[in-house]
Design a protein around this ligand. Structure first.
Ligand code: PEP
Length: 247
């Protein structure tokens, strides 16, 4: 399987950043054996799709309805029409700041999949839960709740320990691989043999300096990158590390 590296720009960026980033990106060597996805804020999807070749487009969220009187919401069908291939769903910031539940995440993931998009379903434990040794139960429960009736053919799972997001404290390769192995087992229990082929990517302070060792782990298929994805060179270095060693 090719590596998968997804940029989550969150609520950062501007038309000027897109122009600068795309100019720098064009000057960097083309990458193979890795799918590179850019998820800008929704108003910039059009500008990003025009500015880049060879990068896939993604969104950061979608509505849990198909259409209707839902002011401010964006339907997965609209995102598909704009050329999105991926949608980040259930990011910890959506779960904590907007109270998104596992059931809502599952609805969004089903809608995204029905539109032919790849739902990138995020799970991860908080610091207190890890300190209490509860991470395996927390992540297993979140995962199964978030995948209820979600088909597996386009699914991507992102393990993002909350304590590693935007903090500069990345999980050690051992911690990340242990959790990815657990997620792999849960996916196989849930989907049978097909669970072996679902990409599981890691997110949480991934940088050019730590990407290579993380991608060297058996069950880490790529990364969801926040802060470091705002800099073209850093993001390219991470994507390049993900492509290294891929068949
Ligand atoms: C994220 O927001 O999904 C993320 C992983 O952020 P960062 O890389 O900045 O920790």
């Amino acid at each position: 399987m090719a590596g998968l590296v997804i940029a989550n720009w969150k609520m950062h960026g501007s038309l000027a950043l897109i122009a600068e980033f795309s100019q720098q990106w064009r000057g960097l060597p083309q990458l193979s054996k890795v799918d590179v996805v850019l998820c800008p804020p929704a108003p910039y999807l059009g500008a990003v799709s025009e500015a880049f070749e060879g990068l896939l487009l993604g969104a950061q969220n979608c509505a849990e309805q198909v259409e209707g009187a839902f002011t401010g919401e964006v339907a997965s069908q609209m995102l598909a029409e704009l050329g999105c291939h991926y949608i980040i769903i259930g990011h910890s910031e959506r779960r904590s700041l907007h109270g998104e539940t596992d059931a809502q995440v599952a609805i969004k993931a089903r809608l995204a999949a029905a539109e032919g998009l790849h739902p990138v379903v995020c799970v991860g434990e908080a610091l207190e839960q890890r300190e209490a040794g509860e991470q395996d139960e927390v992540v297993s429960e979140q995962l199964l709740g978030s995948l209820a009736h979600v088909p597996c053919d386009r699914l991507v799972v992102a393990y993002e320990p909350i304590w590693a997001i935007g903090t500069g404290h990345t999980a050690t390769p051992g911690q990340a691989e242990a959790m990815h192995g657990l997620i792999r087992r849960r996916l196989q229990e849930h989907y049978g043999a097909a669970g072996a082929g679902i990409p599981i990517i890691y997110g949480g302070s991934v940088k050019p300096e730590n990407a290579g060792v993380l991608f060297g782990c058996d069950n880490i298929d790529g990364a969801l990158v926040g802060g470091a994805s705002l800099d073209a060179k850093s993001f390219w270095q991470i994507a390049s590390a993900a492509s290294a060693g891929r068949a």
